[in-house]
Design a protein around this ligand. Structure first.
Ligand code: GTP
Ligand code: MG
Ligand code: NA
Length: 343
C-alpha cells in the first residue's frame, strides 16, 4: 500500500491520570457537553471515545500564538477511569494511543494513579504531555474563559503567579523523581527530552486551546510516518454492550484501515472465535462521547482512526481488549480464527 504525508489518519490521544483530576471535565470543556455530571458518583467506569474534527480544533485554537497548519483530519480522544480498580482499562487505553495527556491536579501534585499511568507510558515509550489542571483553584485566580494560558497569566496578580510557580516547581520535582525532565510547554528547550506541561482549567477553559494545539503540533512533528494511513485493518474491541434496540454491540477503536458494512469479521470469544458479519457501522455525532446513550450515525464504511459502535450477530461472548480481524478475499478463515484466539 502507498503511504504518504498527504494521507494522515487522525492521531489517537488517551487521557490518563489519578481519579478526579478532571480528565472527563477537560473533554466536556472541549466538547461543550456535560458527560461528567451524568456519571454515577462522578466516577468514570468505562473507556470512552470522542472524535474531534479538524474544523472544531481550528476553531478552538484560533487565539493561540504559536499555531501550526493542521494536516491531520482530526483527533480521536480516549477517556479512561482514574479510580484505582481500573488499571486494566488504563492499560488498554494507553496501549491504543499515539500520544497521551497525563492530567495532574495542581492542588494535589502526583498521586498513586498518576505514577501508575506514568509508568504505563514509559513502558510503551508513548509521548505525552501533562495537563496541570484546576489552575482556577489557585487563590484569587481571575477567570479568563477559554483563553490561551499565557493570556490568562497576564491577567493574574503577582500572588497568584507566585503560588502557581511554587506548585509548578514542586510538581516538576516530583516528575523528576520519576526519572523525567519536564517544563512549561512554551519554555520547553527540547520536546524530545522534556515533557511539556500545559496549565489548564476544565471549568473555565484557560489553557485548553494550548493543549489542543500542542497535541496537533507534537503528533505532526514527532510521528508523521506513524500517522500515515495504511489499509491493513488494526482494530481493538473496547467494550461489549447491550444497547436497547440494537442488541449486543461492540465499541471498537479502528486504529488503521477501513471497515465496511457487510465485512466478515472474527473476534475472540469466551467459547472460541466468533465469525460474523458487520450489520451496522455506527458512530456518535462528532464531539459526542461514544459511551453516552445518544443518536448514532449510520455509515457504509469508516476509515481510521475512529471510535465505532458495531452490531453483528453472535457478539454476546466477545472479549473486550482483543483485536477485531477482517476476513479479506484472499485470507484463510482458519488462520484468522487461530490468530483471533491468540489474544
Ligand atoms: P475519574 O474519571 O473518575 O478518574 O475522574 P476525572 O479525572 O475524569 O475527573 P472529573 O472530570 O470527574 O472531575 C472531578 C471533579 O473535579 C468534578 O467535580 C469536576 O467538576 C472537578 N474539576 C475538574 N476539572 C476542574 C477544574 O479545572 N477546576 C475545578 N475547580 N474543578 C474541576
Ligand atoms: Mg472521568
Ligand atoms: Na471523577
Amino acid at each position: 500500500a502507498k503511504r504518504s504525508a498527504d494521507d494522515l489518519r487522525s492521531p489517537i490521544c488517551c487521557i490518563l491520570g489519578h481519579v478526579d483530576t478532571g480528565k472527563t471535565k477537560l473533554l466536556d470543556c472541549i466538547r461543550r457537553t456535560n458527560v461528567q455530571e451524568g456519571e454515577a458518583g462522578g466516577i468514570t467506569q468505562q473507556i470512552g471515545a470522542t472524535y474531534f474534527p479538524r474544523e472544531n480544533i481550528i476553531e478552538r485554537t484560533k487565539d493561540v500564538r504559536t499555531k501550526v497548519e493542521m494536516k491531520v483530519p482530526g483527533l480521536l480522544v480516549i477517556d479512561t477511569p482514574g479510580h484505582e480498580s481500573f488499571t486494566n482499562l488504563r492499560s488498554r487505553g494507553s496501549g491504543l494511543c499515539d500520544i497521551a495527556i497525563l492530567v495532574v491536579d495542581i492542588m494535589h501534585g502526583l498521586e498513586p494513579q498518576t505514577i501508575e499511568s506514568l509508568n504505563l507510558l514509559k513502558m510503551r515509550h508513548t509521548p505525552f504531555v501533562v495537563a496541570l489542571n484546576k489552575v482556577d483553584r489557585l487563590y484569587s485566580w481571575k477567570s479568563c474563559p477559554n483563553a490561551p494560558i499565557t493570556n490568562a497569566f497576564e491577567k493574574q496578580s503577582r500572588d497568584v503567579m507566585n503560588e502557581f510557580d511554587r506548585r509548578l516547581n514542586q510538581i516538576i520535582t516530583q516528575i523528576k523523581e520519576q526519572g523525567l525532565n519536564s517544563e512549561l510547554y512554551y519554555k520547553n528547550p527540547d520536546r524530545r527530552k522534556y515533557v511539556s506541561i500545559v496549565p489548564t482549567s476544565a471549568i473555565s477553559g484557560e489553557g485548553v486551546p494550548d493543549l489542543l494545539m500542542l497535541l496537533v503540533t507534537l503528533t505532526q512533528q514527532m510521528m508523521e510516518s506513524k500517522l500515515m494511513y495504511i489499509s491493513e485493518v488494526q482494530c481493538t474491541v473496547l467494550e461489549v454492550k447491550v444497547v436497547e434496540g440494537l442488541g449486543t454491540t461492540i465499541d471498537v477503536i479502528l486504529v488503521n484501515g477501513v471497515l465496511h458494512e457487510g465485512d466478515q469479521i472474527v473476534v475472540c470469544g469466551m467459547q472460541g472465535p466468533i465469525v460474523t458479519t458487520i450489520r451496522a457501522l455506527l458512530t456518535p455525532h462528532p464531539m459526542k462521547e461514544i459511551r453516552v446513550k445518544g443518536q448514532y450515525l449510520h455509515h457504509k464504511e469508516l476509515k481510521a482512526a475512529q471510535g465505532i459502535k458495531l452490531t453483528a450477530q453472535g457478539l454476546e461472548h466477545a472479549i473486550a481488549g482483543t483485536q477485531l480481524h477482517v476476513v479479506g478475499p484472499d485470507d484463510d478463515l482458519e488462520d484468522i480464527k487461530e490468530e483471533a484466539m491468540e489474544d
